[in-house]
Write a protein that binds this ligand. Sequence first.
Ligand code: NAD
Length: 295
Amino acid sequence: MKIAFIGLGNMGGPMALNLHKAGHTVQAFDLSKAATEKLAAQGVTLAASATDAVQGAQAVISMLPASQHVESLYLGENGLLAQLPTGTLVIDCSTIAAASAKKVAQAAAVRGLPCLDAPVSGGTGGAMAGTLTFMVGGDDSALALARPLLEKMGANIFHAGAAGAGQTAKICNNMLLGILMIGTSEALALGAANGLDPQVLSEIMRRSSGGNWALEKYNPMPGVMETAPAAKGYAGGFGTDLMLKDLGLAQENATTVKAATPLGGLARSLYAAHSLAGQGGLDFSSIIQLFTPKA
Ligand code: NAD
């Protein structure tokens, strides 16, 4: 299949590469030269613009930072939806507001374009390994078309419901993840302040009732887990500012549906403080720095 892939950052880059390795013809575009050069070095065809990337493509996949980027890519007179031939499959994998995803889906439906919101979980490791979890919103028929492509990038594909439902599932998950990372950080910092070896404490909690994904796969304390961003000075991974964005989306949504999410609200404030302290570009597990003594 000929696929246009727009947004080649920490997640989109490896996802596009997995489609390329699976034998699809990927026409890739990103505004950042550094991101495109990385992919070109691995044999992926680069496009000069998003319009260029969609020429002849049967599917368009986007992986962009936030709602405004997705809306400006697809909507409006010069947006991609106005340029695509009827029947072209549109899959947006970015984490954005459910309301934005619905807006894009409605505009796509008017143009006869099958469209899905398909945000992901699994981090950059999952993107590279092709083991992401997709949370999909949209029609069964669009998902049937997309499934062979999603299977090349992920290991789990969940149909959450109609347009926007994938995004709603995603913010519920990420609100829980943000809270879990703070709780895990607090517990590890408390143990360390009492002289416990963080490696030993991590193993105890991992195998006890405090066990969770952060302890299992993404330990925030440097020196405990070689594969975690904490081992690389919190470079790469899932940025604090992206987590802050997701927690903001969760709070906006909670306000709309009148849900009570007090820990989600507190988590948002803590990530905001961390970002204001200049750490927004670091992986979100660096939130542990709020609870550990400065070196
Ligand atoms: P990133 O910042 O590394 O990559 C985003 C890329 O989009 C950048 O390379 C940027 O140049 C490009 N871009 C922005 N606007 C563009 C446009 N108009 N046209 C073309 N390219 C454009 O971000 P990421 O970590 O890859 O995350 C992408 C999305 O995936 C976000 O919505 C994020 O919330 C979500 N997500 C990230 C992770 C993670 O672990 N990083 C995990 C799950 C979901």
